[in-house]
Ligand binder design. Structure first.
Ligand SMILES: Nc1nc2c(ncn2[C@@H]2O[C@H](COP(=O)(O)OP(=O)(O)OP(=O)(O)O)[C@@H](O)[C@H]2O)c(=O)[nH]1
Ligand SMILES: [Mg+2]
Length: 285
């Protein structure tokens, strides 16, 4: 039985829409979530993108495991043959490096245009990624930079607006959404943990209890201390409910409320900086 539902029809439609948008650009900016780099990285983008140059932003690095950030960036870069940069899009400084990398990636394409006798033009780029990874944050950061310098420029078509970031880059103002749930339930579970899947596709008690299992196996000491457990006490939704006093009438643990709090505190990075998967688990090292 699958615990997290997915809809093949939706996925096919989303993929078609993404492909249409990708046809418009020279360089792709893909945002992934540093807490689940492998599960939030779109493995099939190569055929969708016609092997266009792609810059990968491993985002939310402020709430993921610092030691694993670097390892993952290297592993994904090697596997995908794309440049990977570690970002925290709540921090405006990271935008300069994004701009300079996009320009660098576009140079061979622009060179080819010149060789063919075509007029030079700005590099077209767009942001793609799974839900909630930080696509809008990336666009906002880039667009704010544009306003400070040249102001937004009107678009090419009615639906799609291009914003001129500087002389060399134009950005599509809406992101491409990568459909999330594939048929891999473990990947889907991790996407649900970081809120990349609609809440009505899963049961939050199931997702929270699986998240606890992952966290206690990888970060036992930190979880134990955060919830004030002794060495040999079992860390479960029920035991956390009881410890925190989240109980219903008749002293039954309020597992629903506890699950929701576990998920939201994890997502906000309040429990700690955690990454739910390692490159070793995927034979990427
Ligand atoms: N901690 C942290 N939060 C971030 C970062 N980037 C984005 N966020 C937060 O993550 C949430 C989702 O960011 P968005 O930029 O809206 O993500 P999105 O990919 O456009 O999401 P959808 O439009 O829902 O698909 C927001 O609450 C952001 O403030 C980051 O680097 N670190
Ligand atoms: Mg968005």
């Amino acid at each position: 039985m699958s615990h997290i539902h997915w809809y093949p029809g939706h996925i096919a439609k989303a993929q078609k829409q993404l492909k249409e948008k990708l046809n418009l650009v020279d360089v792709i900016i893909e945002v992934i979530d540093a807490r689940i780099p492998y599960s939030s990285w779109y493995k099939t983008t190569d055929n969708l993108c016609n092997n266009k140059p792609r810059l990968i932003l491993m985002n939310k690095s402020d709430v993921s495991d610092i030691e694993l950030n670097k390892k993952w960036a290297q592993a994904i870069s090697k596997k995908s043959n794309c440049e990977v940069i570690i970002t925290n899009l709540n921090n405006k400084n990271d935008v300069n490096i994004i701009i300079s990398k996009v320009i660098k990636l576009s140079e061979p394409i622009m060179q080819k245009r010149v060789e063919k006798g075509l007029l030079p033009r700005a590099t077209r780029t767009m942001v793609i990624g799974m839900p909630n990874v930080g696509k809008s944050s990336a666009i906002n950061r880039l667009v704010k930079r544009a306003k400070a310098k040249t102001g937004a420029k009107a678009g090419v078509t009615r639906q799609q607006q291009w914003v001129r970031i500087n002389d060399k880059i134009e950005l599509l103002d809406t992101p491409g959404i990568i459909p999330t749930v594939q048929d891999d339930q473990y990947q889907a579970l991790k996407l649900a943990c970081v809120n990349s899947i609609g809440e009505n596709a899963y049961d939050s008690e199931y997702v929270a209890s699986e998240l606890l299992k992952i966290l206690t196996s990888k970060y036992h000491e930190k979880i134990k201390n955060y919830y004030n457990f002794k060495e040999n006490e079992e860390i479960t939704i029920e035991s956390i409910s009881l410890k925190r006093g989240w109980i219903l009438k008749g002293s039954t643990p309020d597992t629903k409320r506890t699950s929701q709090i576990i998920l939201s505190t994890f997502r906000d990075g309040k429990i700690g900086k955690f990454t739910l998967e390692t490159p070793e688990e995927y034979d990427l090292i």
